[in-house]
Ligand binder design. Sequence first.
Ligand SMILES: C[S@@+](CC[C@H](N)C(=O)[O-])C[C@H]1O[C@@H](n2cnc3c(N)ncnc32)[C@H](O)[C@@H]1O
Length: 290
Amino acid sequence: MTITVPEGNGQPRPGDGDAPIMGALPETWPDLLQLWRPRDLWLFLSKVAFRKTGRVVLPAGLRLNVALPAYVLLEFHNLPNGNYSKRITRGYSRGFDRVMLGEMRRGRAALAQTLKHCTRVADMGCGDGSSTAALKAAGVGQVLGIDASPYLLSHAKNSYPELSFQQGLAERTLLPPSSLDGISACYLFHELPPPAAEQALQEFARVLRPGGRLSLLEPSDMQFVAGPRELWRKFGWRGLYFRALAHFVNEPFVRAWHARKIEQWLCANEFELLDDQSLFPSRLIVAQRR
Ligand SMILES: C[S@@+](CC[C@H](N)C(=O)[O-])C[C@H]1O[C@@H](n2cnc3c(N)ncnc32)[C@H](O)[C@@H]1O
């Protein structure tokens, strides 16, 4: 892997961030739950089923390449301690595809096809590495998965030891300018508050070479804008299922994402829109760096 991350900038060295990915990460409070105990079971269910979500508590001693902003430390998807535990993130990464009825596999493969001609691609918000692996399977030369959560990255590294992963932020990748010819972001942007989405897109423009490609897969806005009758007519029970799911899980910034005028936004940030298509329950957006 030769996509390199520069040292310095007042940050810990890149290798510092790799150590916890490979080795032991500190446990967080959900790792200590004993679900046969009524109190612990209630705590778990209060998040997952009753949506009493709050803020993530990071353990002492968690080493990071890039410090985490407050918005990342919310309990997304009703997960106890969000993306920051060993145990819950393992269950989440196994369950995500199932809950999405196999649509994530289809979406990631379609996303990867749009970047298959690229030689150096970063997969921003790579999570457990499934989207990064799809890029490699499509034929991309070098892929680097970047994610905020060292816990998700540890699953990525375990599942795909041949691929490279780095703790970092989409809005602060630490990659050199013009060092990539492709960027993929699979189900990332709808998790960012608008100022962070703005910064991330500017960062992508910085690290992509002119002519480089940016491909995004995000949830379709139809789950919010179309009524149940229309979704039933177009997609049958799956339409209703994805609508219910979208309204159930904690996604604090998803409506702000859907409100965005994608073409104008890309255009204002050095990108030109090439394609914007529905892959219900997802939406595939392809752009080119000017
Ligand atoms: C819904 S998951 C998608 C994971 C993966 N791309 C997939 O296809 O399954 C969103 C991921 O984005 C990560 N994330 C959220 N905000 C981020 C940021 N600002 N920079 C990097 N990763 C971020 C989360 O940790 C999480 O792993």
